[in-house]
Design a binder for this molecule. Structure first.
Ligand SMILES: [Zn+2]
Length: 306
């Protein structure tokens, strides 16, 4: 079943518009189960992670990644999603079990859970050189609108972003998740823009289209109705974390030696949990001692420099 999740990229043959769509259902189900999330938390982080997948897919290098951070001072706290261009995405929310009443339209109140008094921060790391960082004030905390605003403010390409996570009625299970990203290219004519605007005005929500059985490619073709469309590529996506004992050790090894020794004395070792995938890493007193000694060497060097 995990073969189901995939991302497709399409372009109109006249080269004026691109559309990307993703079915991230299994990925977001994994997210919900890993973090035991409430429905509204799943909708919020699920949208952010789906948006990250779409943004990550356009990065060129296999080492590149995009990190989306949202904090709107709502009850969910901070939300983080990281995606690469290989279809891996991971994320977590600070308070994943927050429950809120449905909004006036009977929908999960993502805007209230995220809050809108804060920022969306976007870091695009190209795998080499300086990462590119951008930040906007949140528009609504509904995520898709905020990402659309991010594109309007910080990128030259006019972009429309639609994201959806459907959860079980009266439950926490994720039923469907997906997203759509449509971008106007510099060659777009007035006619093309008008045609696209008309179609987008009548476009149904992503999860409504998915509930009808539409595939990611069909959603792209629907968004680009009236244009001749070429499918560029199709690739799988999944929940993927790149943590390892070495990375956790590096994080512990960046503490001052006194703090590492304190762990040895007080706990006889250390246990660290990856916030993205909840994998546990244990370090024995001996392993910590090695890290403390290593750290002392670099610590000493830095001191000498000063
Ligand atoms: Zn992990």
């Amino acid at each position: 079943m995990s073969q189901r999740d995939h991302l497709v990229r399409c372009i109109t043959t006249d080269g004026t518009v691109t559309a990307m769509a993703v079915d991230s259902t299994m990925t977001i189900q994994t997210m919900q189960q890993l973090h035991d999330m409430s429905a509204v938390a799943s909708a919020a982080l699920g949208r952010l992670m789906t948006g990250a997948l779409l943004m990550g897919s356009v990065l060129k290098s296999s080492k590149a990644s995009v990190t989306l951070r949202v904090n709107g001072r709502g009850p969910l706290g901070s939300l983080i999603a990281v995606a690469d261009n290989q279809g891996n995405v991971r994320g977590y929310a600070e308070h994943p079990q927050v429950e809120l009443p449905l909004n006036a339209r009977g929908k999960l109140d993502v805007g209230a859970a995220v809050g809108k008094n804060g920022v969306l921060n976007v870091v695009r790391d190209f795998g080499s050189g300086q990462p590119y960082t951008g930040q906007i004030e949140l528009v609504s905390g509904e995520i898709a609108e905020d990402l659309t605003e991010y594109y309007a403010r910080s990128q030259q390409t006019p972009t429309v972003c639609a994201l959806g996570v459907l959860t079980e009625k009266d439950g926490h299970d994720v039923v469907l998740a997906g997203g759509l990203l449509i971008q106007l290219l510099p060659m777009a004519t007035e006619d093309a823009i008008e045609k696209l605007e008309k179609t987008l005005a009548t476009l149904e929500p992503v999860t409504t289209m998915m509930a009808k059985g539409m595939t990611a490619e069909e959603m792209c073709r629907r968004a680009l109705e009236g244009f001749e469309v070429e499918l560029l590529d199709e690739s799988p996506v999944h929940y993927g974390c790149n943590c390892s004992k070495e990375r956790v050790a590096a994080a512990i090894g960046s503490l001052v030696p006194r703090e590492i020794r304190q762990m040895i004395e007080e706990q006889g070792g250390a246990e660290a949990v990856c916030p993205y995938c909840t994998r546990k890493y244990t370090f024995t007193a001996e392993e910590l001692e090695v890290l403390a000694v290593e750290r002392e060497k670099t610590f000493g060097k830095k001191k000498k420099k000063i």
